[in-house]
Ligand binder design. Structure first.
Ligand code: J2J
Length: 540
């Protein structure tokens, strides 16, 4: 562990190589915004269209970050402190994270869907000093949740609310005139903690540095053709790695373009915004891409400004991919990425077949790709295997997770992605499946173990196994196979779902289906055979 980073980092020889190659340029997020604001102060950086259209020029965003940083500092928040940020796609999100970047405090990115179980874990595990929330979002009162979290987490000193604060501190009261420039972070230090999709009982935190993440933005911008004229619609939750960095709103701000925050992802909300804001680029998960593809031909809105739509986060079927370009009248790019690092894109000059049949190739020539069999031996070129990777923007370990890191990374620093892929002769990757115990619900990741642990807490439950079942729309849905305790009262599926919901987890993690069984199929050595369970579910 490197002191101050609380995670393994790149060995010096790699760091030196990445600097020499020009990947790591010694920039920071705070510095980047300052430079952009100096270079083109009056260009619009951000548009928050709802409920009343608000805009931030680069100068205004820079100034807002300075004033908010000063206010946070006055409340004792400083370099290295963790702050859990759970904000929807609103301008305050960017103000807050740039203020924290400037101080060298670390945002911990929670999703708006997260509830008590997840937030309590993020706050206590990261030893957060503050938690930033909206007042009410999607009908859910985050202030009440924050009160509960504060009771459970004594170290959490502040709750800041964007909107009506109730018992907490209004975010609007925080900004003040900065007395002096904060010392700020160094480029090789952490910028934030991103969330992992997870395969274990609790989410792991992903330590990303300024240097490495800024490289992934620059590389993504180049591949996607992002420049100062790009108008990017942030449709997915802004805290997720995909809409943040592939190329995402951070990439667009890096390039001096405009990020427009979409309050909801449905065509009814997004299409009028595309017309009004002359959107040129966006990123979608496959189920949303399907909905947009179906809705576009009959839509009365002018979508002709759209040049490029990125689709990723889960496998995009070839059939669906073929339909996107004609329906939306723009280019398609597939993206296969992960918050831990590695991002693959199809390229603008790839032939159309490659774009619809592969998930792209890595950003960087120094992204090392290993495709290995179960024993760790490299498979013959073109064969399926486990994807392992190492490179200038892929982490070398999770934050404060030494035990997990021993299995999630190889001795020589490759990250075991848990994805099963093959490589085409052109170097593009095709995602064939997954070895990790995770369900990909249309891009939203569910760690089976996390939900199994919750269901095991039910007094009537003897054992449980959560598996994926194929779903036409989401790609996969969750099915919980449950064995009841002997003599226990029979349960209804709805009671199991309610039990999970009442534990306070994101709604997308509540099992879609519950089935009661007497036994689980076993593997040769007596473990539950999820493979067998998946195929039984599929056949039915
Ligand atoms: C199949 N599986 C995919 C794809 C991700 C860009 C895009 C996506 C993410 C993301 C991201 C897939 N086809 N096109 O961070 O910057 C599955 C894989 C992968 C996991 C990572 C980005 N694109 N996946 O989805 O951290 O299983 O990041 O390992 O949420 O999603 O999930 P996550």
């Amino acid at each position: 562990l490197t002191p101050g980073l609380d995670a393994p980092t790149w060995p010096e020889e790699f760091a030196a190589r990445y600097r020499a190659a020009g990947y790591w340029r010694g920039e920071t997020f705070g510095g980047m915004l300052r430079e952009r604001a100096a270079a083109h102060p009056d260009r619009v950086a951000l548009v928050d269209p709802a409920p009343e259209r608000r805009t931030w020029t680069y100068r205004e965003l820079d100034r807002a970050a300075d004033r908010l940083a000063a206010g946070f500092a006055a409340r004792g928040i400083g370099r290295g402190d963790r702050v859990v940020v759970q904000l929807p796609n609103r301008g305050e999100f960017m103000e807050v994270v740039f203020a924290l970047f400037r101080l060298g405090a670390l945002p911990v990115y929670a999703l708006p869907a997260h509830r008590e179980t997840e937030i309590a874990h993020f706050c206590s595990f990261s030893e957060a000093v503050a938690y930033v929330i909206p007042d009410v979002h999607g009908g859910f009162d985050h202030r009440e949740l924050a009160t509960t979290i504060q009771e459970r987490t004594p170290g959490l000193r502040h709750v800041f609310v964007a909107g009506e604060a109730g018992a907490h501190t209004p975010l609007a009261d925080v900004p003040c005139e900065p007395a002096a420039e904060p010392e700020g972070p160094r480029p090789h230090e952490l910028a934030f903690l991103q969330l992992s999709g997870g395969t274990t009982g609790v989410s792991k935190l992903i330590p990303r540095t300024h240097d490495d993440y800024l490289y992934s933005l620059r590389g993504s911008n180049e591949i996607c053709g992002v420049d100062a004229d790009t108008r990017f619609l942030v449709v997915l939750p802004a805290a997720h790695n995909f809409p943040m960095s592939s190329p995402g709103w951070l990439g667009v701000l890096y390039a001096g373009g405009t990020a427009v925050l979409c309050p909801a992802p449905d065509p009814g909300t997004a299409f009028p915004l595309i017309e009004r804001e002359r959107i040129t680029m966006t990123g979608l998960v496959p189920p949303l891409a399907l909905v947009w593809t179906d809705a576009a031909p009959a839509s009365a809105y002018d979508l002709s400004s759209l040049e490029l739509v990125l689709v990723g986060g889960a496998k995009y079927s070839e059939q669906a991919a073929r339909r996107l370009e004609p329906a939306l009248g723009c280019r398609l790019m597939q993206v296969f990425g992960m918050a831990e690092g590695l991002v693959n894109y199809t390229r603008l000059d790839d032939d159309p077949e490659t774009v619809v049949t592969t998930q792209g190739r890595p950003i960087c020539p120094d992204d090392e790709i290993r495709i290995a069999d179960d024993e760790g031996r490299e498979v013959p070129e073109g064969a399926f295997g486990h994807l392992l990777t190492r490179g200038p923007y892929t982490i070398r370990g999770y934050w404060r997770a030494p035990d997990h890191n021993r299995t999630a990374f190889t001795e020589d620093g490759f990250y075991r992605t848990g994805d099963i892929v093959r490589r085409t002769p052109s170097g593009h990757l095709v995602v064939e499946g997954r070895a990790k115990d995770q369900i990909n619900r249309g891009g939203e990741k569910v760690a089976a173990e996390e939900i199994e642990n919750i269901i095991l807490g039910h007094p009537s439950v003897h054992d449980v196994s959560l598996v994926a079942v194929p779903d036409e729309f989401l790609g996969e849905r969750t099915l919980a196979y449950v064995i009841l305790r002997e003599g226990a009262e029979p349960l209804r599926p709805a009671a199991v779902k309610r039990f999970v919901r009442e534990r306070g987890v994101a709604a997308y993690k509540v099992p879609d289906l519950v089935e009661f069984v007497d036994t689980f199929p076993q593997t040769g050595i007596g473990k539950v055979s999820k493979k067998h369970q998946r195929s039984t579910a599929e056949q039915r």
